[in-house]
Write a protein that binds this ligand. Structure first.
Ligand code: SF4
Length: 449
């Protein structure tokens, strides 16, 4: 699974990029009609968990439908070539997660150094949450929520020679200090355009029972109905979720199977927010491709509530489910408002196992409320429940992230541990009351790396 930054050329500081921009002065408006030339809009992804980026494929389709000819670069597997940026008039960088954001700001610096007059947009979950910092570091626009429509509207406005300052859903710097306003209206989804992306062979593969399968990724819904306090989705989606039309999802699956995919990851925040919709998609996909396999993400409470669906999903090719277990300590789970207990986790392990589906927990083992004994207990729990092979080592070193807007920041249990917001790391800093935990975390991070 490759996710490294492939361009190693020196990036300027943000202040030197800002100076270069100031020199460019009035050149920032795009000449009317110029944005529709091939490559004048460039979409950039930095990291999407080893998958061919849906955060590129979906806006690519929307822009093409509107008459643009965007270029796309996935920095997880490609270089950012200067000539791609030199001809760009609008560069849009996808930052759907924290790692993508940290790599994305480096990409913005590079774009600024190559082409100071190029307008720069960051879009996705972490762009919304960190808007204030990103504007200070050179972003012209921030788009969050259902990004495709505002992105197309912005491209159209810039192409008319406008400034882009009053486009619905596209945030500009004045007035934005913290998180930006996301676009939360139902959009007209287009089938993701993957033909111009790097082939699936360059991305993560699934190893299953001695075979290696090319893996694709799509989503049947966006947003989430729930309010887990540590999750970055509630501050942006506010408890809303949007289904992607069944025909769009199935067409995306079909295209990826045609490109060689034998396994599909459903990247929805929670595939069981709309269980009927999700099951219908699995049924149709499996009817068309009888050997296709799947995985998805769902919360523990949903696995318990929809326990009757699990054997059906297994028979439709579901190999494993990722679930944000986060902790096995009921006190921590209550602070995070996860909606499950340790006993629920144990029940979900048994239910999925009986159905023939592997449960792959994601974890946040380093919180201000987790001590050395708790960490040892987590390791014992993993061993006792035979989960060692189902947990990626990185899960054992994850430290609680607190992006701006996090629902945890104002929680009474969090406040005593909070330090300053760290603009460079895009998270609030917090300190553990036992310094040994911070040392353990650092040592384990080194070990896992
Ligand atoms: S952790 Fe999962 S269930 Fe909870 S708010 Fe986030 S996406 Fe929804």
């Amino acid at each position: 699974m490759s996710s490294s930054w492939t361009s190693r050329k020196t990036s300027p500081t943000s202040s030197s990029a800002a100076a270069a921009r100031a020199e460019a002065g009035g050149a920032l408006r795009v000449p009317a009609g110029a944005l529709r030339t091939p490559g004048a809009v460039v979409l950039i992804s930095t990291y999407e968990l080893g998958h061919q980026p849906l955060s590129l494929a979906s806006p690519l389709a929307a822009l093409e439908r509107a008459g643009f000819s965007p270029a796309a670069v996935d920095l997880a597997v490609e270089r950012l070539e200067p000539k791609t940026i030199e001809r760009a008039r609008l560069a849009a960088v996808a930052v759907p997660m924290h790692t993508a954001l940290r790599l994305g700001v480096k990409a913005v610096e590079r774009i600024r150094s190559i082409n100071p007059s190029c307008r720069v947009l960051l879009y996705g979950l972490y762009a919304t949450l960190n808007a204030g910092t990103l504007f200070a570091r050179g972003a012209d626009f921030i788009v969050g929520g259902e990004c495709e429509d505002p992105l197309v509207r912005l491209a159209e406005e810039l192409d008319r020679g406008g400034s882009g300052e009053r486009v619905e859903g596209a945030n500009t710097a004045p007035g934005v200090r913290g998180p930006a306003a996301p676009w939360l209206r139902r959009i007209d989804f287009a089938v993701p355009q993957r033909a111009s992306l790097p082939p699936l062979e360059r991305y993560a593969r699934l190893e299953h029972e001695g075979t290696t399968r090319l893996a694709g990724q799509t989503e049947a819904s966006r947003g989430c109905l729930h309010f887990c306090r540590h999750c970055p989705i509630p501050p942006v989606y506010g408890g809303r979720f949007f289904v992607v039309p069944r025909d769009v999802v199935l067409a995306d699956v079909r295209n990826q199977v045609a490109a060689g995919a034998a396994h599909i990851t459903f990247g929805d925040p929670d595939f069981l927010n709309g269980p009927g919709h999700s099951l219908a998609i699995l049924r149709s996909a499996r009817a068309e491709f009888p050997s296709l396999t799947f995985d998805f993400t769902a919360k523990i409470a949903h696995l318990l509530k929809h326990r009757d669906l699990l054997p059906k999903m297994a028979s439709l090719g579901c190999l494993f489910v990722v679930s944000a277990v986060e902790s096995i300590d009921d006190r921590v789970l209550a602070i995070l408002d996860k909606g499950h207990t340790r006993a629920d986790v144990e029940a979900a392990i048994a239910l999925t196992r009986n159905a023939g589906i592997a449960l792959r927990p994601s974890l946040v083992p380093f919180t201000p409320w987790t001590g050395l004994e708790d960490y040892r207990e987590l390791l014992a729990f993993i061993e006792r429940h035979e989960l060692i092979d189902h947990i990626d080592p990185v899960q054992l070193v994850i430290r609680l992230l607190l992006p701006p807007g996090s629902l945890l920041i104002d929680h009474p249990a969090m406040r005593p541990h909070l330090e300053a917001p760290a603009a460079l790391r895009f998270t609030y800093e917090w300190g553990h009351p036992d310094p040994r935990m911070d040392r353990l975390n650092q040592e384990l991070v080194g070990l896992v790396e």
